[in-house]
Design a protein around this ligand. Structure first.
Ligand code: FES
Length: 149
């Protein structure tokens, strides 16, 4: 058994040290807001925060997450950046099919937490690895600018 700090709670999990964090979150803990897209670190659907940084949960072994604060879409907030991002996402109706959006939001919150006024280039650099098959990129960028105000 391993204890992880997930969304502010000490959480016991029973998985091998090399199990991807994504499987632990989804299959063992039923935290299914974090999505499986490619499983190869290419799409960003599985983005969570690990010690305050956005990471790909599909590429993060359980052992690398021990002793660090893990935040998933279910636990994001209640800080100013998260509140502003969630509000802007709703107000600007960003979501289309929604599948990639938890990952997009986790990357957006991480960006705003370290850069409260990101430029278009900052947004592209921070969210460039979060793919959206519906092409919501224009609304994502607009929502990030709105959240930054
Ligand atoms: Fe992890 Fe695509 S599922 S990056």
């Amino acid at each position: 058994m391993t204890t992880l700090d997930i969304n502010g709670k000490a959480t016991r999990v029973d998985a091998a040290a090399d199990t991807p964090l994504l499987w632990v979150l989804r299959d063992e803990l039923q935290l299914t807001g974090t999505k499986y897209g490619c499983g190869q670190g290419l799409c960003g659907a599985c983005t969570v925060h690990l010690a305050g940084q956005p990471v790909r949960a599909c590429m993060t072994p359980l052992a690398a997450a021990v002793g660090k604060q893990i935040v998933t879409i279910e636990g994001v907030g209640p800080g100013r950046a998260a509140k502003a991002v969630l509000e802007a996402w709703k107000r600007l109706d960003v979501v289309q099919c929604g599948y990639c959006q938890p990952g997009q939001i986790m990357s957006a919150v991480a960006l705003l937490e370290k850069n409260p006024k990101p430029s278009d280039a900052d947004i592209d650099a921070a969210l460039g690895g979060n793919l959206c098959r519906c092409g919501t990129y224009v609304r994502i960028r607009a929502a990030l600018h709105a959240a930054a105000q």
